[in-house]
Design a binder for this molecule. Structure first.
Ligand code: M6R
Length: 370
């Protein structure tokens, strides 16, 4: 069942490239237009959508947070992301022009299901991004976009995360097409960039796994980790932190790198491991400069710097103690590669500590209680 791997998590991380690829498959019709799987929403209703609220939990919520950056940029409508259990109980503002997007690997998460029921009761349309055919969440939604990651068995979500980002990007491009927010060739070029990602993820798996393993060996006994990122690197940092706490039982905190000076830097002491997601270095990327200055700040306080960064980034080479390299790609695509070494890192740490990586204590694969 594990196909030669010694854990499902190992197998599933190695299926990241295929998960992205399969989720993109068959999305274009013969006219070159994008298609979703099931859309029971009239075209004029989709055109009128003026706000998106993504509801999800855990890893699925981080995928939604990544998608916010892309969809707002492409479609030019506001995208909010909210944890499903918070959304349901705060009297959210919903109208028939709000599209609620429920993201769930299992399709059975009770918090997310309750949130979508609430949204529909208030007259909003709900679109599900789901990895499980016919599960409750897609069944109760107005439209469905399936992630084709294949069954995910390990409790820690890995390949579903990259598939969820891919599907949410397809949704963004679809809405851009329906609303005429982007030119056809821009949509095509973005899809091409997405299609190039499975190969880049594979490159990470082929070339960075040994470095990641060595890093885990060096850091096995670390008591805590901080994970920092900006822009799309922020939810990736949160996801990296979640993976490590979930299966290696290590205290981690993920936050926006810009927050450092507003409090968290007080935690940084000699030897504290701090993981930075560094944005692409090309051009005069202001985000890159900001993250590098964060690295300088914590380095000056003796932290051990672990960076996920673009191949050959000279600033990172100068400051980081350990680097997980990523191949060049556009900023909006970078989460699809950046999360991969963090998934491997969490798994290696858990294995080195002797834990069952597929079945961490206290956790269930699908959380069917509210
Ligand atoms: O099945 P879902 O995507 O709705 O599950 C949501 C979360 O429970 C899930 O992502 C959880 O956070 C994972 N264990 C994270 O690895």
């Amino acid at each position: 069942e594990k196909g030669g791997w010694d854990s499902f998590m190992d197998k599933e991380i190695h299926e990241d490239p295929a998960a992205v690829q399969r989720t993109l498959l068959g999305r274009l019709d013969k006219n070159g237009d994008l298609n979703l799987d099931e859309v029971r929403i009239e075209e004029h209703e989709l055109k009128a959508i003026d706000k998106i609220i993504v509801v999800a939990c855990g890893t699925a919520a981080y995928a939604g947070q990544v998608a916010k950056y892309a969809i707002e940029h492409w479609v030019r409508i506001p995208v909010e992301i909210e944890l499903a259990h918070e959304f349901r109980y705060r009297d959210p503002i919903l109208t028939p022009r709000t599209l609620v997007v429920a993201i769930s690997q299992s399709g059975e998460t009770m918090d997310t299901l309750m949130a979508l029921r609430h949204a529909r009761e208030q007259g909003s349309k709900v679109l599900a991004i789901c990895n499980t055919q016919g599960a409750s969440i897609p069944r109760e939604s107005d439209a469905v976009l399936y992630t084709h990651a294949g069954p995910e068995v390990a409790v820690a979500s890995t390949k579903a995360f990259v598939a969820q980002i891919t599907a949410a990007y397809v949704l963004g491009l679809y809405l851009a097409q329906v609303k005429g927010a982007m030119f056809r060739d821009e949509i095509q070029a973005t899809l091409d960039a997405l299609k190039a990602m499975p190969r880049k993820i594979q490159w990470i798996l082929d070339t960075q796994a040994a470095t990641v393993r060595k890093a885990a060996e060096q850091l096995t006994d670390a008591k805590s980790f901080l994970f920092l990122g900006r822009h799309v690197g922020y939810p990736v940092a949160m996801e990296g932190a979640l993976k490590l706490k979930e299966i290696a039982y290590t205290f981690t905190e993920g936050f926006a790198a810009g927050e450092l000076k507003h409090g968290p830097i007080a935690l940084v002491d000699e030897g504290e491991p701090v993981v930075f997601i560094v944005p692409p270095a090309r051009g005069r990327n202001v985000l890159h400069a900001k993250v590098i200055s964060g690295i300088e700040e914590v380095k000056a306080r003796g932290a051990a710097i672990i960076a996920v960064a673009e191949e050959g980034d000279p600033d990172v080479e100068r400051y980081a103690d350990i680097v997980f390299w990523r191949p060049k790609c556009p900023t909006l695509m970078s989460p699809l590669v950046d999360v991969v070494p963090l998934q491997l890192f969490a798994m290696d740490m858990a294995k080195l500590k002797g834990y069952d990586v597929d079945k961490p204590r206290n956790l269930a694969k699908s959380v069917t209680v509210e």
